[in-house]
Ligand binder design. Sequence first.
Ligand SMILES: Nc1nc2c(ncn2[C@@H]2O[C@H](COP(=O)(O)OP(=O)(O)OP(=O)(O)O)[C@@H](O)[C@H]2O)c(=O)[nH]1
Ligand SMILES: [Mg+2]
Length: 469
Amino acid sequence: MRHENPNSLLRNPRIPEETIAAIATPPGEGAIGIVRLSGSRAIAIASARFVSSQGADIRASGRRVFHGEFRDGDGTIDEVLVHVMRAPHSYTREDVVEINCHGGSGPVYGVLEAVLALGARLAEPGEFTKRAFLNGRIDLVQAEAVIDRIRAGTRAALRAAAAAAGGALSCAIREMQEALAGALARVEASVDFPEEDLPELVDDALRDALRGVHARIGSLLDTARAGRLYREGARIAIAGRPNVGKSSLFNALVRDARAIVTAHPGTTRDRLEEIITIRGIPVRLSDTAGLRHTADEVERIGIDVAWETLQTADAVLFVADASQPVTGEDETLAGDVGELDVPAVLVLNKIDLAPGTPPPSAAAPFVASCAVSALTGEGLQALEDTLGDLILGDASISPEQSMVTRIHQRDSLRRASEALARLLDNFNASPEFLSIDLRDALDALGEVTGETTSEDVLDRVFSSFCIGK
Ligand SMILES: Nc1nc2c(ncn2[C@@H]2O[C@H](COP(=O)(O)OP(=O)(O)OP(=O)(O)O)[C@@H](O)[C@H]2O)c(=O)[nH]1
Ligand SMILES: [Mg+2]
């Protein structure tokens, strides 16, 4: 089933009449726990169990915050503050009540059970945000940005999510939709009134305008990589022979003595991971066991894990020891790493022990090379810069700009782009054909903002949310 447009959904019977409830704060102990209600009966349900300390009636009063007690048949559950937000001035555009109690499982479950007993239904994950979307307050891009805000691991990721929530991508899509809808009107007029003495409707100016939209979709698609990185972060794995200083480099990049470092080859066995930030991108950095043939079972398991880690990384730091001559083993390993289809950077470590070593050349299979000392910190900034360039590519973009962050957005934009490419290739064909491609492109753009998104994509989006959001 497909949506027509979010506003028509206001009259759509699929918009649930039920009032939903959920605990909106994380489990465990905290200063405050919040139970949230949304729906036409939210205020009535809350008022049935709330006794205001000032005798106020939350159904009648114009006030928004009330102090008092929440009670059930057995007496007082907790002292609470109740926030009332009336439709349409609320997160969901429905009546919303938030009951703030003490943050422990006793009070929050007590309040939740009391409102469920009065007929509220337990909300599904993301259902409050889904209602905000179905009620037309936000579009799909903005709904997805809500979860990105919650999960943002860096300030840059948060800024990117805030820009999307503020409509950066939605605005760009809307402008393109308007341009395409205008083009469609002209093309259809020329189909409907071929005989009339209309000025040329399908003309060079129209073609230029459509080329402009096509180019704009192209530049949006170019942001997909950066968008994914702001949202998901990147994975970088450190690899190399034993004792070359991988764990020391890991500790230096993490700025913490996380990994055990010894002069004994084969020290690291387990994979260690820490999140660092490179140019605002959250990077999961992994230290792995030194790669070599060994009879030690524990070490061998560690080496298997190391190879798995390398295969799934976005980039590999291949560490070698500058104070030792390059061995045949280094070369074989470098070749194996080169086979992985993951960009690898050659890092020549321990340059403090080998002053005057010429900088390593970034010969194949390496895409770049750096000389560093994990001990003194020399060269680490240059290594981080190299990694920044490698992760973001040339498309180093500001988090505030409109950006494609999700695969389904990218796929829809690709389809829109293909439809427009077809149209531009056959621009002189009959206008009927042009209108088919224009409609395809419009449909694909509508999927990004949720106007024409299929039900299962919507379900997938909202089910990835937490309960109570
Ligand atoms: N002088 C100097 N010594 C270093 C440097 N980096 C590491 N070392 C020393 O090299 C030895 C091995 O360091 P680790 O970081 O444990 O090496 P590794 O590659 O993790 O070793 P495995 O876990 O056994 O594979 C230790 O004695 C470190 O102090 C460096 O930049 N300069
Ligand atoms: Mg180690």
